[in-house]
Design a protein around this ligand. Structure first.
Ligand code: FUB
Length: 356
């Protein structure tokens, strides 16, 4: 997410360039969206998809235009509630289950409900969400329900030891669950670089070109799914020589929007590179990594942010993602889905969000 004027200029230029190229493409009759918005009645983003009870449930952000001008901290992403979507089959009708959790019902919340995720264990569904607390520090909360579509009831306090944004919960085949989380720049991850919160610390990851890039975080969840069971660890992404990616490596380093899926016994850590707008993947042998960088698997979508989830459904793999097709505005996004393919060698086939 954007965080300072310089970055905003880059972002605006990027958005402008992206939109211009899309428009130019349309003008020449060459470019078309690969897939259509899943729902048009509300704006939705950051889709975390799961299969529960034989259906697909999508846990997205609910984008609104709160009338807040775009500024250094991403204040215009001022979401106030969550709506959960479901569908019985890919291509079938999408149900909007209405408000599942409202910010007014989260006792510790200040503002900005960003990208959520969900998990299931022993008859209970867990909704994990990042929101700024009353001191304007992003924390991660949890809410529970007996129904995958909610409504959810929030715990009175954030998950102890949690910080930053974009929780993604992965449950391994042995039943153990892990939360991946973090996002740099507006997601505040850089403020925790020392292990303590530094409100006046570096505003971005810039100017640390030759240091290892800031890492996404991972923690095992306790059996109650409401606490971290172990320490918070770095999700280290290494290059083909085993060296951690560097801060200057904006085309490959982690920015936000992580996800984990397991395929043929390997752990695929996928994420957004933020300011360079790629979705990349890195493969490891266990949920903690390290993960070896393997490449880009999705080219930039229309809009500044790019955020996804990957899920297997009825023998096929799908990626849920968003763009700004409906509004043309950075903060009013729409979720989409398309099929994702693993090649025979374990690599992921490149996805172009536009087709020629
Ligand atoms: O929706 C708000 C933020 O935008 C998310 O937390 C990021 O991943 C980006 O998509």
């Amino acid at each position: 997410m954007l965080n300072n004027i310089a970055i905003k200029k880059i972002a605006v230029a990027g958005i402008a360039a992206g939109l211009l190229s899309v428009q130019a493409g349309f003008a020449q009759g060459k470019r078309h969206y690969l897939s259509e918005p899943l729902i048009k009645s509300i704006y939705t983003a950051d889709p975390s998809a799961h299969v529960f009870n034989g259906k697909i449930y999508i846990y997205p952000s609910h984008d609104i235009d709160a009338g807040i001008p775009e500024n250094d901290n991403g204040d215009h992403f001022a979401m106030r509630d969550y709506h959960i979507l479901s569908l019985d089959r890919i291509g079938g009708p999408v149900t909007d289950h209405g408000v599942a959790l409202d910010i007014k019902d989260i006792p510790w919340a200040g503002r900005q409900l960003w990208a959520p995720d969900a998990a299931y264990k022993n008859g209970t569904y867990y909704l994990y969400f990042p929101v700024k607390d009353k001191q304007d520090v992003f924390r991660i909360g949890v809410a529970t329900s007996k129904n995958p579509a909610g409504p959810f009831k929030a715990e009175p306090k954030p998950i102890p030891g949690s910080f930053s944004i974009d929780p993604a919960v992965f449950t391994d085949t042995n039943g153990k669950s892990y939360m991946y989380f973090g996002g740099i720049w507006g997601g505040q991850l850089q403020r925790w670089a020392t292990g303590q919160y530094q409100p006046d610390g570096s505003k971005t990851d810039l100017h640390q070109d030759n240091a290892p890039a800031l890492s996404c975080k991972v923690a095992m969840l306790a059996p109650d799914m409401k606490h971290f069971a172990g320490k918070v660890r770095d999700v280290v992404i290494v290059d083909e020589k085993g060296k951690p990616l560097l801060g200057k490596d904006h085309d490959r380093r982690f920015f936000e929007g992580s996800w984990m899926h397991k395929y043929h016994g390997k752990y695929y850590f996928t994420y957004s590179t933020g300011d360079t707008h790629f979705l990349c993947y890195a493969i490891g042998n266990n949920p903690y990594g390290p993960f070896t960088y393997k490449g880009v698997f999705m080219k930039p979508v229309e809009g500044w942010t790019t955020h996804h989830s990957i899920v297997e459904f009825k023998g096929k793999w799908y990626i849920f993602y968003h763009d700004t097709q409906l509004s043309g505005k950075t903060h009013l996004r729409n979720v989409k889905v398309t099929e994702l393919y693993h090649n025979a060698d374990g690599s992921i086939r490149m996805i172009d969000p536009f087709k020629s």
